[in-house]
Design a protein around this ligand. Structure first.
Ligand SMILES: CSC[C@H]1O[C@H](OP(=O)(O)O)[C@H](O)[C@@H]1O
Length: 345
């Protein structure tokens, strides 16, 4: 089953509305930077690589929208569009990686007509999407080699086709392992409060007939203690230069439990998610989302009225708890600063 998380159709960007999966499968259309930024902020689209692809198209859409303006108004409007997209969510570095890439392309053709600039930016957005799938498949092959036949692999949140352009990082490893003929099975924890695991990972694996078992977040330790988990593979939103990993809230707990039970903990991580400008995880901005997400789920609330609520959307797993980073250039065991610097030579 091919999942087109984002697609270009009739000169607009269409994105699967991940807020309503799996109950409903609908695309939402976007025609400007500001509308794409709202789609990112409200998590119509989510997942670091998918956010990067969406931002790239957001820039292209803004250029198409402004291409009939004067050059001065075009440039002012484009700068505003970049700022709006950059403010949509703070943690996934792919957003800022994509914006920097698109700005570089804009600057390279800045003297051309606005129409030419718009077409060049659209071409780059298409390439960002196509490249994401190629990179995910390369990572998948390296990651699949780590999983023995019959492996039972726990994953947290959704690092699948829905978090990328269509193959997945952590779930891309599972897809590649199955393609390689391995009978792996997936244990997906539900991932409160947005339920990416119960709603998105479970849906992706069921759609593809990859065996998947849903557990609540607080069952991970029990499953490991029962000897029912052979490995953990998760995605990431930002890896610092020392190998510290920011990922969905709850990942740190899973990593600590994996270490306690001597279970390998892998992070599927495209190079676009590594931020060498940040020395350690302590400097990774952690998004605090609405308390409404914690009160219950959507319209059903169960928390006591008046209770104080926290909702950090990510946490940081220290590098020493990471068995290996699975990248498109291979697996980096025991990631540290020298090894990460080597990736970018
Ligand atoms: C392949 S990166 C997916 C990554 O993004 C998720 O966060 P969110 O759903 O809030 O965008 C989560 O951290 C996943 O691991």
């Amino acid at each position: 089953m091919k999942v087109e998380t984002l697609r270009w159709s009739h000169n607009q960007l269409e994105m699967i509305d991940q807020r309503i999966l799996p109950a409903a499968f609908e695309y939402v259309s976007y025609d400007s930077a500001s509308s794409v930024a709202e789609g990112i902020r409200s998590m119509v689209v989510r997942g670091a690589p998918a956010i990067g692809v969406a931002a790239a198209y957001g820039v292209a859409l803004e250029a198409l929208r402004l291409q009939s303006e004067s050059m001065a108004d075009f440039n002012i409007g484009m700068d505003a569009g970049f700022s709006t997209l950059a403010a949509s969510r703070p943690t996934a570095v792919n957003l800022f990686w994509a914006l920097a890439r698109m700005r570089g392309v804009w600057e390279s053709v800045a003297e051309q007509s606005s129409a030419t600039v718009a077409q060049r930016l659209l071409a780059e957005a298409h390439e960002v999407l196509a490249e994401d799938i190629r990179i995910n498949k390369a990572m998948g092959a390296y990651g699949a080699a780590l999983l023995p036949d019959g492996a039972r692999v726990l994953t947290h949140c959704n690092a699948g086709a829905l978090a990328t352009a269509g193959w997945g990082t952590a779930l891309g490893v599972f897809r590649s392992a199955v393609e390689a003929g391995k009978n792996i099975s997936v244990i997906a924890d539900e991932t409160r409060p947005f339920l990416q695991g119960a709603r998105l990972t479970a849906w992706e694996m069921v759609q593809e007939n990859i065996p998947v078992t849903l557990i609540t977040d607080n069952m991970a330790g029990y499953m490991m203690a029962q000897g029912e988990v052979d490995a953990v593979v998760v995605g990431t939103d930002r890896v610092a230069a020392n190998g510290d990993v920011a990922n969905k809230i709850g990942t740190y707990m899973v990593a600590v439990l994996a270490r306690r039970h001597d279970i390998p903990f892998y992070v599927a991580c495209p190079l676009s998610t590594i931020d060498m400008s940040i020395a350690s995880g302590a400097s990774i901005p952690i998004e605090e989302r609405s308390e409404d997400e914690v009160k219950g789920f959507r319209e059903t609330h169960w928390a006591a009225e008046g209770v104080t609520i926290r909702n950090p959307a990510f946490d940081v797993t220290p590098a020493e708890l990471v068995t290996g980073l699975i990248t498109e250039r291979g697996v980096i065991l025991c990631p540290d600063a020298p090894k990460l610097r080597e990736l970018f030579r």
